[in-house]
Write a protein that binds this ligand. Structure first.
Ligand SMILES: [Zn+2]
Ligand SMILES: [Zn+2]
Length: 394
């Protein structure tokens, strides 16, 4: 059953590999995916989907309803590229200098389109299928923007699923994980304002450099003293700026922080302690502190029931020996996390290749030498077809 499904998708894979390479040649940055979203919308409309454009700027949603079931499924792909100069030397390299599909979102889009094509023509399902093509996964929060535009109010889903390729894992291997799977990422800019003055008269100043230095050291105690040692947490001060001359105590200092966690409670503890340590430290140096806290992506948490279901689909498709049931969490972030805060679901990784066999796929994402492994077009699209047919069982 499933091998014939894979065979059927292999038959059409060439067409969608061609499409993937076309998207690869025409990469577009976050919220600028005009050509890509037009291409996606036109194909889906031609195959009979009800298509809406413009959610979250360049997002596309395609709906197909069959039968009488009230079940509603959401599947999401991302469409944006990265500001990187491609160095693969491939015949279908990016035609846009400084922009590159270095995270495989060209492949994710092509896999979901191939599944959409199959489901429209030969799919057996009963219920509502919602295909979500989002902009700006790379830091722009396109998922959140689509949700602010009413994604799940207008296209309610009982569960939502997504997939990302992973270099360094055997091609086509499917890796799942119940619970927290990817980290939250938050940012803060700290501005310290003291009283500047002559470097020889420090007692007439309130020195923001000394305060900043003490804050950097005090922040190191949060992970070591406030967080359960068995939990993951990162507090990084990645930039510190102050002063211009050796005999001038400056008026201000700024710090840039990056903060990560794999647990919602740890994430809020980090925010609370960071703000508190900064304020009390600053106060002890007679310096004013202003903390501009910018929440980034949430912790990505795969829900138990949907992860169990996705595991069954994966095993049915490629066999238990090519499925990892509980993979390691990743310290990277992903804005599909916002969708999973509203709707249960599961994010799966698909191995992009480990350098064995044909040698493809091991180069890490966000590297100028990276390329999506086209052998996954059939596997990834077959996963979506089987998942849709099992979730919306006819
Ligand atoms: Zn990426
Ligand atoms: Zn990505």
């Amino acid at each position: 059953m499933t091998s014939s499904l894979l065979d059927q998708l292999h038959l059409h894979a060439d067409e969608f590999i061609g499409l993937r390479r076309d998207i690869h040649q025409h990469p577009e940055l976050a919220f600028d995916e005009h050509r890509t979203s037009s291409l996606v919308a036109e194909k889906l409309a031609a195959w009979g989907y009800e298509v809406e454009r413009g959610l979250g700027g360049t997002g596309v949603v395609a709906r197909m309803v069959r039968g009488s079931s009230k079940r509603r499924l959401g599947i999401r792909a991302d469409m944006d590229a990265l500001p990187i100069d491609e160095a693969t030397g491939l015949a279908y390299s990016s035609r846009h200098a400084g922009v590159m599909h270095a995270c495989g979102h060209d492949g994710h889009t092509a896999m979901l389109l191939a599944a959409a094509h199959h489901l429209a023509h030969r799919g057996r399902f009963d219920g509502t299928l919602n295909l979500i093509f989002q902009p700006a996964e790379e830091g722009g929060g396109g998922a959140l923007r689509m949700m602010e535009d009413g994604l799940f109010d207008r296209y309610p889903c009982d569960a939502v699923f997504a997939m990302h390729n992973m270099p360094g894992m055997p091609q086509g291997r499917l890796v799942l994980r119940e619970g927290p799977a990817m980290a939250s990422s938050d940012y803060a800019t700290v501005t310290l304002t003291g009283i500047g003055g002559h470097g020889a008269l420090p007692h007439r100043t309130a020195d923001p450099i000394v305060a900043a230095s003490s804050i950097v050291m005090a922040l190191q105690t949060i992970v070591s003293r406030n967080i359960d040692p068995l939990q993951m947490a990162v507090v990084t001060v990645g930039a510190i700026h102050s002063g211009k001359a050796n005999n001038v105590i400056p008026q201000t200092a700024t710090l840039e922080l990056s903060v990560r966690a794999l647990d919602r409670e740890v994430r809020s503890t980090l925010e609370r302690r960071i703000k508190s340590v900064i304020q009390s430290q600053a106060e002890s140096f007679d310096v004013q502190a202003k903390v501009d806290w910018r929440p980034g992506y949430a912790v990505l948490v795969n829900t138990p029931e949907e992860t169990a279901f996705a595991r069954e689909v994966a095993i049915e498709l490629v066999g238990a020996d090519r499925v990892t049931l509980q993979g390691q969490p990743l310290s990277g972030s992903e804005d599909f996390a916002f969708m999973l805060e509203k709707v249960p679901g599961c994010y799966v990784l698909i191995g992009n290749g480990d350098g064995g066999g044909d040698g493809h796929g091991a180069c890490m994402v966000h590297n100028p030498g990276y390329d999506f492994n086209d052998a996954n077009v059939a596997v990834g699209s077959a996963y979506w077809v089987l998942l849709a047919e099992r979730f919306l069982r006819a």
